[in-house]
Design a protein around this ligand. Structure first.
Ligand SMILES: Cc1ncc(COP(=O)(O)O)c(C=O)c1O
Length: 432
């Protein structure tokens, strides 16, 4: 057979063939086009921390820039010790360095987990954009659980039970992400305990994605691993609470009973990425060890995010745009269903139509609910409130006494772009 190297002849893995680069590409491209045309764009589609990496951690990276050796595939021992100590301290979980695996981002570790484990992936929606594509690439089955807005888009124990009782012995990984991307909503300790009881009854593996745990506004993040230690893998890292997404470092913490999974992942890691960047691992020891500078940084970051999240939430709610009040992270999941008739009359029929129309008319870029696993025709979208100068806001918050709230006009003064963008959404909805 003649091979003319045309793209249609290339034997792409069928699990990858036709897969777009990323769910957010279209909105990003449109935003860039509008910007090039000289229009003002509000980047409310971004998913990265607005804050700089804490200075003590940056200093540690500088000091360790000379570290050049390949490190142990599971991760630098002092870092694994620091991560284990962190979980013992913060979540009251018994673990040691031997239970921790370090990787170049928690996303990569999730991919390895799905690769090594053979079972179904259970994803409550709305959920983060990458869980499902990873399962598709590897060829794993996905079971979606559509959570309800009236439950603040949280998974209920009976919903988990229903999907598991269907085939009690099916091997499963259930993903639980809290505070959630895209809703910002979290669970109380009591709610986690109830979910843990169901997970134990059905012996599922829980992948507890706690990457935003430290950004719980009240600083009281609770881990489900406290209630179901034998079946929970905690996923974490420095991308969100430490502002170091581009440093690429993630952590998985396993119970003793799941060591076989960890060993399998380490074996695959040794044949693929070898080990995570050495200087970054040395610097991350500082981040996980905590201390007064880190505590102060987190205290102020939470305070800022809480102030912004609640104010934007209130502004939207007053206009009839529904969204649950966030408990942490930097996202709001907003629902324009109160405007359905008006949207339909303008031929805006899907969440992508909605976000495209909003962007073209106001310059506000949101991500459509469909990329988070919601039905196309549901008028939902994710708003992320990180489009401001985090270093400047943090410096201002440091001048406010620790126990005092930020001044009323904080958002106006330091995050005026956010306020402007939110007002543009409100005006757009009213004009429909
Ligand atoms: C919910 C969630 N989990 C995991 C990740 C991946 O984080 P990283 O690979 O940077 O550790 C992200 C990043 O956006 C996320 O939002």
């Amino acid at each position: 057979m003649q091979n003319n190297n045309s793209s249609s002849d290339l034997s792409l893995n069928l699990n990858v063939r036709g897969m777009p680069l990323s769910a957010t590409l279209y909105i990003n491209e449109l935003s860039n086009k509008l910007k090039q045309q000289g229009k003002k764009v509000y980047k409310f589609g971004l998913g990265q921390s607005p804050f700089p990496v804490p200075k003590v951690v940056v200093d540690e990276l500088r000091t360790n820039a000379f570290q050049k050796d390949y490190l142990e595939v599971r991760g630098l021992k002092p870092l694994r010790e620091a991560v284990a100590a962190y979980h013992s301290r913060r979540n009251d979980i018994e673990c040691s360095a031997d239970n921790v695996l370090i990787g170049p981002g928690s996303k990569e570790l999730m991919f390895l987990l799905q690769f090594v484990y053979y079972g179904e992936l259970v994803i409550p929606t709305p959920s983060w954009v990458s869980y499902a594509p990873q399962a598709k690439i590897i060829g794993r089955q996905i079971a979606w659980i559509k959570t309800k807005e009236e439950n603040k888009w949280r998974l209920l124990p009976e919903e988990l039970h229903k999907i598991c009782e269907n085939d009690h012995y099916k091997p499963r990984i259930v993903i639980l992400n809290y505070p959630s991307n895209p809703t910002g909503v979290s669970y109380s300790c009591e709610e986690l305990q109830e979910l843990a009881d169901v997970a134990r009854r059905h012996r599922v593996i829980l992948l507890s994605d706690e990457i935003y745990g430290e950004l719980t506004f009240k600083g009281n993040h609770c881990s489900i691993a406290s209630y179901y230690p034998e079946g929970t893998i905690i996923s974490g890292g420095i991308s969100k609470w430490c502002g170091a997404g581009g440093w690429r470092l993630g952590t998985f913490t396993f119970p003793e009973s799941l060591s076989i999974l960890m060993n399998g992942m380490a074996a695959v890691a040794s044949e693929t990425f070898t080990s995570t960047s050495a200087p970054i691992q040395y610097a991350a020891v500082k981040a996980f060890s905590g201390g007064i500078e880190i505590e102060r940084y987190l205290w102020n970051a939470r305070k800022i995010l809480k102030t912004l999240g609640i104010q934007i939430h209130d502004l939207l709610l007053n206009t009839g745009i529904e969204c649950p009040e966030p408990d942490g992270a930097f996202y709001l999941f907003i629902n324009f269903s109160n405007y359905s008739d008006k949207l339909k009359s303008k031929n805006i029929l899907t969440s992508l139509d909605l976000t495209t129309n909003l962007l073209e008319n106001t310059g506000v870029a949101l991500l459509p609910g469909s990329v988070f696993g919601r039905p196309e025709e549901e008028y939902t979208a994710r708003l992320s409130y990180v489009d401001f100068d985090g270093a400047r806001a943090l410096a201002a918050a440091e001048n406010v006494p620790a126990e005092s709230p930020l001044p009323e006009n904080f958002m106006d003064t330091y995050c005026s772009h956010l306020l402007e963008g939110t007002k543009a959404i409100v005006a757009w909805a009213k004009s429909l």
